[in-house]
Design a protein around this ligand. Structure first.
Ligand SMILES: [Zn+2]
Length: 456
């Protein structure tokens, strides 16, 4: 376990050192559960979102995209049950003032799952003298519910509004607009990528549990009589396929089906895809059969009929929904964890991020062997020639060996070196990140060579 925690420490430190991810508001002492992406993190995150959008929206004729607002009408959250029910139970240590999730405290101490049973948890915490994980004392408040939505105000209306705790709501309320404006026919999906906010009691594990995060979600609408289990299985496979396209290994994935008695009353089936993080198997993605709950509720609360009309059969009904959900930051974390490699090369340690080439934040580095102008000028010309095709980095400082290591550490698949021989033979050396093999080729052939490498 110590070794595994070390890996998280190494990743956190690499992410900061090389400009992938920083703690949010760091110079002010940090703001828990938030983070910033640095230059490379922003590239990597964009690549992940673009890959998702291409795979699930642009490459499919049965799914369309949308982009809804973060601020949504407060009635939406009444209809969805979030205003009343989106809660976690918390308990405070009166000694050190630390706050914990009561169900996690009880589960960790006694191995019992009493989520939702606040009185029993209050009693048990006292009776079993469960110790505060922070200070070791046993002086607890009663267990209380705590709504996880962030409240805010809009000047012109009296009611509180909320920062959305999930993106799905924005999709349900545009169901009719999208049907009317696109003529999609069942089965079809609506996809969205966007931020969501949850006032988590305990955030943590780097970017695993955040208070502000991004989700990639699809609401897939089906006829209520559809034979849905094969579709459900297919969605799970596609979710697994997506994370493997980011570099995850199949053996680090497993499925967890929520037991029937823990399901929301409307859900027929819910499965989490879990990933073997260094801190244990944890939820990565989710898939739920939500029945007709959402559209029915929003029809009721809005008085707008959110139905589907089948012209051929002259039939009107509320479709059922399959909902695959993907976390952006968890995908980002898995991509970095899967890529992280330490190797021995000629007696030296080499750290490499072996990203699949298509998501690497920098695709090609251009490195003149020395800072002499006779080399830097032509090297810059190569950079200018390649930059419209690939995300490139030009680097002329320090020894070539150090520059290779720097590019390895950020996962750049190819380094192009312009040396003194290049002046005569008009050729450059291309070094492969993973094999460290070097190819010598003529400069005019470089672009096509790299293009081919990236489509392999
Ligand atoms: Zn305490």
């Amino acid at each position: 376990m110590a070794e595994k925690n070390k890996i998280m420490e190494k990743i956190v430190s690499l992410c900061k050192r090389r400009g992938f991810i920083y703690q949010g508001s760091e110079i002010y002492g940090g703001l828990g559960g938030t983070y910033s992406c640095g230059p490379l993190g922003a590239e990597l995150k964009n690549n992940i979102k673009q890959l998702w959008w291409k795979k699930f929206v642009q490459d499919r004729s049965d799914i369309v995209g949308m982009d809804g607002p973060i601020l949504l009408h407060p009635k939406l959250w009444e209809a969805s049950g979030h205003t009343a029910g989106f809660r976690d139970a918390l308990v405070d240590c009166k000694e050190c003032k630390k706050r914990f999730r009561a169900d996690h405290l009880v589960a960790d101490a006694l191995g019992q799952d009493l989520e939702g049973q606040n009185e029993q948890m209050s009693e048990l915490i006292k009776k079993e003298k469960i110790k505060c994980p922070n200070c070791g004392k046993t002086n607890w408040t009663a267990v209380q519910d705590f709504n996880l939505m962030f409240k805010t105000q809009i000047n012109s209306i009296e009611e509180d509004v909320y920062l959305r705790p999930e993106t799905a709501g924005a999709i349900f309320i545009e169901f009719k607009n999208i049907l009317d404006s696109t003529r999609m026919t069942l089965p079809f999906g609506i996809a969205q990528i966007g931020k969501a906010f949850r006032n988590e009691i305990v955030a943590g594990h780097f970017i695993f549990r955040l208070r502000e995060f991004e989700m990639m979600e699809i609401e897939y609408f089906i006829h209520p009589q559809t034979d849905w289990p094969p579709l459900f299985e297919n969605w799970l496979k596609q979710q697994e396929e997506f994370i493997m396209e980011l570099g995850a290994r199949k053996e680090d994935l497993r499925r967890f089906e929520h037991p029937k008695e823990k399901l929301s009353h409307y859900s027929r089936k819910t499965v989490d895809i879990e990933y073997k993080f260094p801190f244990g198997f944890k939820e990565l993605f989710g898939l739920a059969h939500r029945g007709d709950f959402d559209l029915t509720q929003h029809s009721k609360f809005s008085n707008e009929k959110l139905e589907y009309f089948d012209q051929e059969k002259n039939e009107r009904f509320i479709p059922h929904i399959l909902e695959p959900t993907f976390g952006v930051e968890r995908s980002l974390l898995v991509a970095i964890l899967s890529a992280y490699t330490e190797e021995e090369v000629a007696g030296e340690k080499r750290i490499v991020l072996k990203f699949p080439k298509h998501i690497a934040p920098v695709k090609v580095a251009i490195l003149p062997l020395s800072k002499k102008e006779e080399l830097t000028r032509p090297a810059q010309e190569i950079f200018d020639n390649l930059k419209s095709e690939f995300v490139c980095q030009y680097d002329e400082t320090q020894s070539i060996g150090k520059r290779y290591r720097r590019q390895d550490e950020i996962g750049t698949p190819y380094c192009v070196t312009y040396d003194f021989d290049s002046l005569d033979d008009k050729s450059v050396t291309v070094r492969d990140r993973d094999t460290m093999k070097q190819d010598r080729l003529k400069i005019p052939e470089l672009k096509d060579y790299l293009k081919e490498k990236f489509t392999e």
